[in-house]
Design a protein around this ligand. Structure first.
Ligand SMILES: Nc1nc2c([nH]c(=O)n2[C@@H]2O[C@H](COP(=O)(O)OP(=O)(O)OP(=O)(O)O)[C@@H](O)[C@H]2O)c(=O)[nH]1
Ligand SMILES: [Mg+2]
Length: 326
């Protein structure tokens, strides 16, 4: 394949690249150093390379990972798309999560390979386009949405405390039936349980409250999202609900960290509304977004693989996150 620099005639032409985030059994991800002689030599990247004429991104991923590391990819799902303008090329990077391969990894182009952990990177420098990718890797694949409306406060708080005692999870506290002051009081109570256990708490709709209690994130409704001109400051994670392409575009414009897209299947929360379904979910994600997208609506832990096969990062669980009998 021609190197990037051989494209000076049309510097605006976009080079499409497929890259793989290999995940091992310990949950680590693989990075490789770029070989000498390439643009950004010795920077760290996710293995992959440019699409050849007539290839799909998946075809290119399999070919590149065979050429660069000698492995046969057996399980890869589309994940994020990052667009970036380098001085040498405009690139569209199609990232895949790769969870299965045959063969021993070997740097066939003299590159170094290193398994890395989220938040504990020990290689540098990283290619400048890869910031959102590392941020996306820090997100869990399951987000739980509170359901105090059905469980009642006592059972909800008891289940939440038990969950967080067992290990940190990520909670979206969404209780639209509560008044603003009741929601505020609940948010304080939940945050006081979250802190000691390292649980992540995302508040719904109320940015000022999320900032005031130092929550980990704010989640906007689709209608709030469409009224925002910029990503709010002073909060770590910013996310939003989306239902259609224009919502995803709004999410991209303000620079969310992740979005929910749905509802996928009919749910008790949206009676009578036509669900999006997996095919439409997948079509919308193929447009290529630089943030992870969670499937929402009728999701359970057993739909996680389906969500990922259709390009989702993970699933947002409402009823499935809670035992209704406790
Ligand atoms: N493979 C890969 N390329 C990336 C990443 N991030 C990123 O900005 N790029 C850019 O995407 C382009 C990919 O080119 P590449 O050098 O891997 O392509 P290739 O393997 O086909 O190389 P070749 O053309 O020398 O055969 C480069 O401009 C590179 O800077 C990444 O994480 N992985
Ligand atoms: Mg390459």
């Amino acid at each position: 394949m021609p190197p990037d620099q051989q494209n000076p005639i049309n510097p605006k032409k976009t080079t499409v690249v497929a890259a793989g985030v290999l995940i091992n059994a310990q949950g680590q991800f693989l990075m490789g150093s770029r070989p000498a002689g390439k643009p950004y030599a010795h920077y760290w990247e996710f293995p992959g390379g440019k699409l050849e004429a007539g290839e799909t991104a998946h075809d290119a991923l399999c070919r590149e990972l065979q050429e660069e590391m000698g492995i046969d990819v057996t399980a890869a799902t589309p994940w994020l798309t990052q667009r970036f303008n380098y001085p040498h090329a405009n690139v569209e990077l199609r990232f895949f999560k790769v969870r299965g391969w045959n063969g021993a990894l070997h740097g066939h182009e003299g590159q170094e390979l290193a398994w890395q952990r989220v938040g504990q990177l020990n290689v540098s420098p990283i290619l400048p386009a890869n910031g959102p990718i590392l941020r996306g890797l820090a997100l869990p694949e399951v987000i739980e949405i509170s359901n105090m409306a059905e469980l009642g406060r006592e059972a909800f708080m008891a289940q939440l405390s038990a969950k967080w005692a067992a290990g940190p999870t990520c909670l979206l506290l969404r209780e639209p039936q509560l008044s603003a002051s009741d929601y505020q009081e609940l948010a304080h109570a939940v945050q006081s349980i979250a802190r000691p256990h390292g649980g992540k708490l995302i508040l719904h709709r109320d940015l000022a409250l999320a900032q005031a209690i130092n929550a980990d994130g704010i989640h906007f409704t689709a209608s709030q999202l469409n009224q925002l001109n910029a990503r709010p400051r002073g909060i770590d994670w910013v996310s939003a609900s989306t239902h259609q392409q224009s919502d995803l575009e709004a999410a991209a414009r303000i620079g969310v960290d992740f979005a929910f897209l749905g509802h996928i299947a009919p749910t008790q929360s949206h009676p009578g509304q036509t669900p999006l379904g997996w095919e439409k979910f997948s079509q919308l994600l193929q447009l290529g977004w630089c943030f992870p997208v969670f499937a929402i609506g009728g999701q359970t832990l057993s739909t996680l693989n389906t969500a990922q096969a259709h390009g989702g990062h993970g699933v947002a669980l409402l009823r499935a996150a809670w035992s209704q009998t406790a």
